[in-house]
Ligand binder design. Structure first.
Ligand code: ADP
Ligand code: MG
Length: 351
């Protein structure tokens, strides 16, 4: 009898120890305000400390990226210095990272026939939709004066952005370039910043040891790894006219980036007109490509973000063709509320 008790006690203790040794992998959620938007992280980890440390690293990465590199507002950031160099003869020597980013932006400017144009800052500032939308107050808003708009638009243009290679990688790609900006040219990376950020987060996740995570940064989402229970990631596409509900649901396996650009994200309504924050470079005013939103699915964060903005301006036909060139899939919500999918997108839609 004593022996039986002994065995039972041993089994009970072993069971308890087992329980504490292998903590279950759980979803741990974190919400922060970063880069002028909401960052949501779902990190699947066995313990809270690991998840918290990773969540904090992601926030720090984004804050640094914003403050030190891509914000045109932040005095001392690299982009701020680039913009300050406009009109100088010596130009500005870009970091390797900014070189790569601006080269990719210029490539997208070319392939989108000018739809994605990071030189639009003078026009973007004139409309100032972000500030009006953030304030949530439309009284006092008026579209810019036509002449002022003409003058601002004349300062912009992707063709004015000159990047001169200074050194090359072994594979022949440009490592570092010097940018030369004519007076008045001003860059804004708002259309690609969040996607570029997702690419950096992915590298951080790869080094972290955490196996499954979903990050949502404003309208851009990164899925990473496999869900511990083996089910697929579900990513909702917001209904542009009822942002509390979803117009579609994507089911994704492993690592993906999903970006949405829409007329419902940042806008001002005045005199019955919706003025949103995506500018058609050919007109200098909010784009009207016949769509309310575009969602782009790609393995690459930069591409998903850059293409969603470009596709919004280009509309369904040209947009879908452009995304196709980059192997990206698209979901358009058109002005009449219908949903149009690229052929390859269909297999990811579950409702
Ligand atoms: P969000 O940042 O809300 O996800 P987008 O990625 O579509 O939306 O980027 C829109 C932002 O990009 C605007 O707030 C503005 O700063 C900038 N922008 C507006 N129009 C263009 C354009 N045609 N090309 C490049 N950048 C643009
Ligand atoms: Mg974008």
């Amino acid at each position: 009898m004593k022996r039986l008790y002994g065995v039972l006690l041993f089994l009970w203790t072993a069971l308890l120890c087992c329980g504490c040794g292998a903590e279950e992998i759980q979803r741990r959620q974190f919400t922060d305000a970063v880069m002028g938007t909401v960052l949501q992280q779902s990190i699947y980890a066995a313990d809270m400390e690991t998840a918290e440390a990773l969540a904090e690293d992601v926030v720090l990465l984004l804050e640094d990226l914003e403050r030190q590199e891509i914000s045109w507002r932040q005095e001392g950031s690299e982009l701020f210095e680039v913009n300050m160099s406009a009109g100088t003869t010596g130009g500005f020597l870009l970091s390797e990272e900014m070189t790569e980013l601006l080269i990719k932006c210029r490539e997208l400017w070319e392939s989108s026939e000018g739809a994605l144009d990071v030189t639009l800052l003078p026009v973007v500032r004139l409309w100032d939709i972000d500030t009006w939308a953030a304030a949530g107050e439309t009284a006092g808003f008026a579209p810019p004066d036509e002449e002022e708009l003409e003058r601002a638009l004349a300062l912009c243009g992707g063709e004015k952005l000159r990047l001169e290679p200074q050194s090359f990688r072994e594979d022949g790609k440009v490592l570092q370039a010097r940018v030369f900006m004519p007076r008045g040219l001003q860059l804004d990376l708002g259309a690609v910043g969040k996607g570029a950020a997702l690419d950096k987060i992915r590298v951080l996740l790869e080094q972290s040891g955490v196996e499954s995570t979903v990050i949502s940064l404003g309208g851009s989402i990164l899925t990473y790894g496999e869900k511990p229970d083996g089910s697929l990631w579900k990513v909702g596409v917001v209904d542009p006219r009822d942002t509390s509900s979803q117009i579609a649901l994507l089911s994704l396996e492993g690592q993906w980036c999903v970006s949405t650009s829409g007329d419902y994200e940042r806008y001002v309504e005045a005199g019955g007109v919706r003025y949103h924050h995506i500018i058609d470079p050919s007109a200098g005013r909010p784009a009207d490509g016949g769509v309310r939103s575009v969602t782009v699915l790609s393995k690459d964060g930069f591409l998903s973000d850059a293409l969603s903005t470009a596709c919004f301006i280009l509309g369904v036909e040209k947009g879908m063709e452009l995304a196709g060139q980059y192997g990206a899939e698209t979901l358009f919500v058109t002005s009449d509320g219908s949903v149009i999918l690229s052929e390859g997108m269909k297999k990811y839609i579950i409702s």
